[in-house]
Design a protein around this ligand. Structure first.
Ligand SMILES: [Zn+2]
Length: 143
């Protein structure tokens, strides 16, 4: 082995918004969480899309969620699934259930990525992590 590493660090993958989720991404840029509810069956849902996944109604509306929730489940990632996450392991992937009733795939931050430090059912609050000028990620930390 000689010389210095010359390969640039791999880029972290960036989400590619779809038109029907624009309001969600716009909200995250303002540190707001917007999700959808069906006017047909009354159920909220996530991820944001025009057609209700419960009853297939097209009558849906946006509403702002509080951001308060609990950890529904989680896993600690030790082996990066993409080179762009190589310098981030270990980290916590989770499903957080917002108090409005939707479950959101996310990361838990601000806590040691140790099973003894993270409890299913524990309360979390949102963290808005700016990734690019257009993409802000929704993560959570212990409340
Ligand atoms: Zn519905």
């Amino acid at each position: 082995m000689t010389g210095k590493a010359t390969t640039p660090a791999p880029m972290t993958p960036v989400p590619v918004p779809q038109p029907e989720s624009d309001r969600y991404w716009e909200g995250l840029r303002r540190s707001e969480i917007w999700v959808r509810r069906c006017e047909g069956c009354g159920k909220p849902y996530f991820y944001p899309r025009d057609i209700c996944p419960h009853c297939a109604s097209a009558k849906t509306q946006w509403f702002r969620a509080s951001g308060r929730g609990v950890i529904h489940t989680y896993a600690i990632v030790h082996r990066a699934p993409h080179p762009g996450f190589g310098d981030k392991v270990p980290y916590v992937v989770a499903i957080v259930e917002l108090e409005e009733g939707v479950r959101v795939p996310t990361n838990i931050v601000g806590v040691e990525p140790e099973p003894t430090k993270i409890k299913i059912g524990s309360r979390v609050v949102p963290v808005f992590e700016k990734l690019t000028d257009t993409i802000t990620l929704l993560k959570f930390k212990p409340a």
